[in-house]
Design a protein around this ligand. Sequence first.
Ligand code: AMP
Ligand code: ZN
Ligand code: FE
Ligand code: FE
Length: 295
Amino acid sequence: MAVPDPRRGPAIDLHTHSTASDGTLDPADLVLAAAAAGLSVVALTDHDTTAGWAPARAALPDGLTLVPGAELSCRWYPDGPAAPGVGLHLLAYLFDPGHDALRTELARVRDARAHRAERMIELMRADGIDVTWDEVRTHAAGGTVGRPHLAQALVRRGLVGTVAEAFAPRWLGRRYRLPKDDIDVFRALALVRDAGGVPVFAHPRASRRGPTVPDSLIVDLAAAGLYGLEADHEDHAPPERDQIRALAGELGLVVTGASDFHGANKTVRLGAHLTAPDQYASIVAAGQGCAISAR
Ligand code: AMP
Ligand code: ZN
Ligand code: FE
Ligand code: FE
């Protein structure tokens, strides 16, 4: 595991979650924890929301730079819109949060996530599992609702020991999992670029979560404006990281590394994986929609 070492240059972690989505630290505590972990740059990339940006900025400690971002729930439809398609995550940095079409799309996805959670709870209740939408909604505290919030309810019931266990096939991994109403990935790319943002494909080889996409799609995404690939991620084995690095080299994309920190909902620590300073500088130079915040 990479531990931030100031002798190796600035420690840059470009993928984290707060309570604005399914992390467990609120945005203010997240930036404080990032500084305490020795990071010099942290990106806040909550699922489908920018709600954490303002409180993170307001709490930014000296010596830390905040890159505003989001992780967009996307889908690739190789067999047309009627087929289920393949889910994938797009990190977007430095976009204009006021961009009308993008803002509207994110609100639609968040709303659909809430309805999906309600339906997943109905499925569980039909099996005699006594979780309630009121409880989950209260626990999500206005943030983007996701399976980790349902997982926490199962942990509170003592039905599973940890959030990770709740992702087993017999629980939220398959039995009670419903698809999300994601954004077509090409539309998401176009929206992010139009909003002045920089799109990076998150954990493209993370097969543990479900099917992954072929390299041919990554080639097409690069032609459609994708800017980078996340190579160093907890869910990638070392050979997969090397493959992604090589593919990025062929396609002229930047390469990132990041923790995908979710607080107590996952075991990975802030700064577990890092982005090289030159790759980060390229992302910052490409971002047109809003500024980084530094203190
Ligand atoms: P959702 O977006 O509602 O489908 O939930 C997916 C979220 O659950 C992602 O943010 C993942 O980081 C998280 N997740 C997926 N698998 C696991 C796992 N095994 N343990 C903990 N969190 C997970
Ligand atoms: Zn998450
Ligand atoms: Fe993700
Ligand atoms: Fe993430």
